[in-house]
Design a protein around this ligand. Structure first.
Ligand code: C5P
Length: 242
């Protein structure tokens, strides 16, 4: 097979040109970074697990009417997705205080927030992804008010759905990060969920033991990182690839 053209290499994924126009192959690496690349490592098997976990969650979100870029999983480490124009924002949804909101506002980790909070960060490695407000987003035209309406409404529905999905398997969804893209179909533009949903970009705590089942195990050197990702996959009913 001819070698595919690489379009982009990120910290955890590589994007290749897809087999048909408007499609992209998303390859999941085992590489892990934290602190915007300050800490680097390998989590053996992470790419395979995140490919399956993200496929599973994207398909379930599609089934409840959330538009996503996901088309199909191709193999252990690759999935085919629609080519979208990525909106340069990271959307963080929080239910419980942890990580940066806990340190920024002096909250104890694990405190339930008075309500779900959505935060926006500009995707810019050189600036360490600074937090921005809807005012900044509108003024600098990173997204239109209509994009933001769709993003906010999708983000809250995704949160409701994922909270329920994880709760049913004994996991508390503390917070997570989403990315969205614009997709044109017959001159119509839609905002669709892009990137991935996996323990790399969610905080997932066991509801009984409070054990962390996500990338904080890598960020905070807690050990048993791969086992945590495997546990999430196992509870979601994703069996090992035969
Ligand atoms: O670090 P912080 O508390 O702001 O992270 C909030 C959530 O967003 C966490 O679930 C984290 O995994 C995710 N996140 C991410 N990529 C980033 C920053 C945060 O997936 N660049």
């Amino acid at each position: 097979m001819a070698r595919r053209r690489q379009l982009y290499e990120g910290k955890a994924k590589i994007l290749f040109e897809g087999p048909e126009p408007g499609s992209i192959v998303q390859y999941f690496k085992d590489d892990a970074t934290a602190g915007n690349g300050a800490k680097k490592g390998i989590i053996t098997g992470k790419g395979v697990l995140n490919n399956r976990i993200s496929e599973h969650l994207m398909l379930r979100l599609q089934a409840i009417g959330i538009p996503t870029h996901f088309m199909k999983r191709i193999n252990m480490r690759e999935q085919l997705v629609r080519e979208v124009e990525i909106i340069p924002l990271e959307i963080v949804v929080r239910n419980v205080a942890a990580g940066s909101i806990a340190s920024r506002l002096g909250l104890e980790e694990g405190t339930r927030l008075p309500r779900t909070i959505i935060e926006y960060y500009l995707k810019n490695d050189a600036l360490n992804d600074p937090m921005v407000s809807e005012e900044h987003i509108a003024a600098f035209e990173w997204a239109t008010p209509q994009d933001m309406e769709e993003i906010n409404s999708h983000a809250l529905r995704i949160n409701d759905f994922l909270c329920g999905t994880f709760q049913a398997i004994g996991i508390q969804l503390v917070d997570f990060k989403l990315e969205f893209g614009r997709l044109w179909e017959q001159d119509e533009m839609r905002v669709v969920l892009a990137d991935e949903i996996s323990p790399d970009n969610c905080r997932l705590w066991d509801m009984n033991t409070s054990e962390k089942l996500d990338k904080d195990r890598f960020r905070r050197d807690l050990g048993r990182v791969e086992e945590a990702y495997q546990e999430v996959a196992r509870r979601l009913g994703i069996l090992p690839e035969s």
